[in-house]
Design a protein around this ligand. Sequence first.
Ligand code: PNS
Length: 160
Amino acid sequence: MKTSVAIYPGSFDPVTNGHLDLIMRGEKMFDHLIVAVLKNVEKEPLFSVPERVEMLREVTKQWPGVEVDVFQGLLVDYARKRGAAVILRGIRAISDYEYELQMALMNRKLEPRLETVFMLPGESYSYLSAKLVREIAQLGGPLTSLVPPIVEERLRTKMA
Ligand code: PNS
């Protein structure tokens, strides 16, 4: 397994400036960063997987070391398939910690060679989540500085 390949998994429904901040930090740290969108058949997403992938590709196109992909099933199986040794996750506040700890330790149990690396997004994103972004968009609130312009545009179109 290469140590320089990392996976940043998530739902990204939609990608926010907080996600982007973490991708920017991860891109500096790893040779190859795979932003992996979970295809979750149980969830009712706002954006389809192809729409989320398209937005992510658009907002990460300036980084040649960043790839956007889709995965299904166990994250550890996907990491093995992609030859990644690191899972990258962001922790915004202490409230994220419990869920992230549980997931990281379970992933370690399933694949001991896989390390989870936590990074902190910029503090101005500590209150930002895709769930709140969806809610603000649904209620017609301002989205500037929460999501990239192309995502704001897509949200407005979706809500129109
Ligand atoms: O952005 P999210 O919704 O917080 O991301 C959660 C994600 C995609 C990282 C997590 O649900 C996941 O890894 N799912 C894949 C299935 C899996 O491996 N489950 C066991 C995790 S311990």
